[in-house]
Design a binder for this molecule. Structure first.
Ligand code: IMP
Length: 353
């Protein structure tokens, strides 16, 4: 008979951080620097998702301008994706931005990924985001080993997604330089409904962080991050970066037109890459769907939205008395809140009927 082991898993809304003594005068004293590796340091720990409604070249340059990063999605022809990589690469070479910036693009683990990787590399990509829904997989092992063999340490391999420390360890042993953590938590994701599998993203971060900290392989928390508060919780739990889709969807530098109607006002499309709509556009059709297509309100400029997030994160660190992300991880105290506390934690004024 199968032995069942019941383990509780925590999501962002299940926890809060304990306010701690702080001697931080202003938010500007808080340093949000995070480095992907020796070559690339960002001044904000935020990465825009490789999704067709989030990151193409304009988003990549806009995010870099504000000290963050974005990964150009792979649902483009090889030529289109390499042209975008070339555009970003040229922008980084000619702009007055400080330091070297990573030109990042996603590839898959099947099909044309080897030819794609070659073209992306030749056009300037130096971060390959090997993008698979279930990254703890033989196909991921083959892809990481192939990329490492072919390009050596000249490229940074960002691999994922995974949800467990065993998977994190395996990806490192296969050659990953950073790992995306989170399965089934994305705002447009139906993986948990369709497959019964997944782990709340916060729980995965908590479990994978010790591996990340002992190996130095950076942890990118990905999926279900809804606010700057969730970003602070992710960093406190041990993430080095967060990858976000919905938080940036609907901003001006994301691909797609601004739509408008009388009831909705201005809005933009946001969809999962495994949604019927995205799969139909890129593959013709697919019988297996693990995402949904939606719309989000138009939010204004990408830079303003990211700056607001950054202000929230800085404020969050100061509530823990932490001057940087490392200190937040080391000193913050997280506790589980009751369901009535979760209600109290969101705006709960009684509205006039
Ligand atoms: P969000 O920030 O909660 O909107 O989640 C974005 C993340 O969801 C991405 O970075 C991907 O890891 C993941 N994702 C993107 N498309 C899909 C999908 O169709 N199904 C499941 N997960 C997805």
């Amino acid at each position: 008979m199968k032995t069942l082991s019941y383990r509780k898993a925590l999501a962002f809304d299940d926890v809060l951080l304990r306010p701690l003594y702080s001697d931080i005068g202003t938010r500007s004293e808080v340093d949000l620097d995070s480095s992907l590796d020796d070559r690339w340091g960002l001044t904000l720990p935020i990465i825009a998702s490789p999704m067709d409604t989030v990151t193409e070249s304009s988003m990549a340059t806009a995010m870099a301008d504000i000290g963050a990063m974005a990964v150009i999605h792979r649902y483009l022809s090889i030529k289109e994706q390499s042209d975008q990589v070339a555009e970003v690469s040229e922008y980084f070479t000619n702009c007055n931005c400080a330091g070297t910036k990573p030109v990042a693009a996603a590839i898959g683990i099947t099909g044309d990924y080897k030819v794609r990787a070659r073209m992306l590399y030749e056009h300037g990509a130096r971060v390959f985001c090997i993008d698979a829904a279930h990254g703890h997989h033989k196909g991921m092992k083959n892809a990481i080993e192939y990329i490492r063999e072919e390009y050596g340490k000249d490229v940074h391999i960002m691999a994922g997604n995974v949800a467990t420390p065993e998977a994190y360890m395996d990806l490192i042993s296969w050659g990953a330089d950073s790992v995306r953590v989170g399965i089934g938590g994305g705002s447009i994701c139906t993986t948990r409904i369709k497959t019964g599998h997944g782990i709340p993203t916060l729980q995965s971060i908590l479990e994978c962080a010790p591996v990340a900290k002992t190996t130095g392989v950076k942890l990118i928390a990905d999926g279900g991050i809804k606010s700057s508060g969730d970003i602070v919780k992710a960093l406190a739990a041990g993430a080095d970066f967060v990858m976000v889709g919905s938080l940036l969807a609907g901003t001006d530098k994301t691909p797609g037109d601004i739509l408008e109607d009388a009831t909705e006002g201005k809005y933009k499309s946001y969809r999962g890459m495994a949604s019927y709509e995205a799969q139909k556009d890129f593959k013709g059709a697919s019988r297996h769907i693990e995402g949904v297509a939606s719309v989000v309100q138009y939010k204004g400029t990408t830079s303003q939205v990211v700056e607001r997030l950054a202000a929230g994160i800085r404020s969050g660190l100061s509530y823990s008395g932490a001057r940087d992300i490392k200190e937040l991880y080391e000193t913050s105290e997280m506790f589980v809140q009751s369901s009535s506390s979760t209600t109290e934690s969101s705006a709960h004024i009684l509205l006039r009927k």
